[in-house]
Design a protein around this ligand. Structure first.
Ligand code: SF4
Length: 382
């Protein structure tokens, strides 16, 4: 919606740790919907990841028999009809049968209520626009309503953060909102089609509009706006300009920081595309006998505290075992254990009681405060 020209440029796969972690989280939530929490956790191989997923408050999420996960839909801009393409498919599989007049999209969650259709999308971190401004989830809510013959819909963006409960941003859409979204999709489709024709027949670059949305753009590595920067970095021209900004005033530092961030984002994307190629097509020669490719590393051996403590007690006595064992507990770990102990019942009162007693007995501390330079929103009163 922000930069239709991006739909016309070639797209590239991404392969970075954040994208892979996001895919595994989605797979867990899909499995929790289909086979239940315990079995879904049983499918997670990595111990740390299993612990992270176990701490997710599934009661606060649309998970369970009434919800469908990872549903791909296609909206036909000429007929206004919507069809389901499948569930739990990769993008390539899901959109293989899209016709030239269809726009495809995949909902993390869909549900049908008596009077409306629900479409929800999970987001990690805080960068996603809320549901009121989120075209992706509003498009999916419109498509779900059309698929199931509902005249109203609810679109939700669910932010998942490791340290806090999920937070929902919701917008309810009436029949007029749904028609307006469908009209905007038709408009978008005709703009993208016209841009594609112009590029093909006149071999010119489509009109592009850069902004914060570029971070998620699949055309990023082919985008002239972005690649110009890399070319300038590669030739040193950009770095020379940045160096010429030294010594810095606050104003110039702001401009330099913006360019630095843009350059770092671009370099991260280039790295991720190179890694994707190495994964897909095997090691890449780097010269001098070096290659860049996938290599397996055996994980360091870790000891299970309970078993090790029992063995050392048996062999050398309890004092030595106590000395060799470090006991640690996190609030998230305590919450998880209490939940398992109470078989899913609410445990906030037990948690408060335990924490109060631990604090009273001097068993809680805080790491020293630290300061660091970071980006944040200035308080309106500052
Ligand atoms: S990177 Fe930004 S400007 Fe370039 S095509 Fe994508 S959205 Fe448009």
């Amino acid at each position: 919606m922000h930069c239709p020209g991006g739909a016309v440029l070639p797209h590239t796969d991404r392969d970075d740790a954040a994208a892979a972690a996001g895919t595994r989280l989605h797979a867990f939530l899909q499995a929790a919907t289909e086979v239940g929490r315990a079995d879904a956790l049983g499918q997670v191989d990595d111990d740390d990841e299993r612990a992270t997923f176990a701490a997710i408050d599934l009661d606060a999420l649309p998970v369970g028999a009434s919800y469908a996960a990872e549903v791909a839909l296609a909206f036909d801009v000429t007929t206004g009809r919507v069809r389901e393409l499948g569930r739990g498919l990769s993008r390539a599989e899901a959109y293989r049968t899209l016709t030239p007049t269809e726009i495809g999209g995949t909902a993390d969650v869909l549900a049908l209520a008596p009077d409306h259709a629900l479409a929800a999308d999970y987001k990690r971190g805080r960068s996603a626009p809320p549901a009121t401004r989120n075209w992706q989830v509003r498009f999916l809510a419109m498509a779900a309503a059309k698929l199931w013959g509902r005249s109203t819909a609810r679109a939700a963006v669910i932010q998942l953060a490791a340290s806090s409960s999920p937070s929902w941003s919701v917008v309810d859409l009436d029949v007029f909102d749904l028609e307006e979204i469908a009209d905007r999709m038709r408009e978008l489709h005709s703009i993208v089609t016209a841009a594609a024709e112009t590029v093909t027949s006149h071999e010119i670059v489509p009109h592009l509009r850069a902004g914060e949305w570029c971070r998620h753009c699949p055309a990023y590595l082919h985008c002239p706006v972005q690649t110009a920067l890399v070319r300038r970095i590669a030739t040193g021209a950009e770095l020379d300009t940045m160096e010429m900004m030294l010594p810095l005033s606050k104003e110039i530092a702001g401009v330099a920081y913006g360019r630095l961030r843009q350059a770092e984002a671009m370099l991260a994307r280039v790295r991720s595309a190179i890694y994707a190629l190495a994964k897909r097509e095997g090691p890449i020669p780097l010269g001098d006998g070096l290659v860049l490719g996938e290599r397996e590393h055996r994980g360091n051996e870790v000891l299970d505290g309970k078993v090790a403590h029992a063995v050392i007690t048996e062999l050398f006595g309890g004092d030595l075992a106590n000395e060799a064992t470090e006991f640690t507990m996190t609030k998230a770990g305590l919450r998880r254990a209490l939940r398992v102990h109470a078989a899913g019942q609410p445990t906030s009162a037990d948690e408060k009681r335990a924490l109060a007693l631990i604090r009273q007995r001097g068993g809680a501390g805080r790491k020293p405060d630290t300061t660091r330079i970071e980006e944040f929103e200035r308080d309106a009163n500052d």
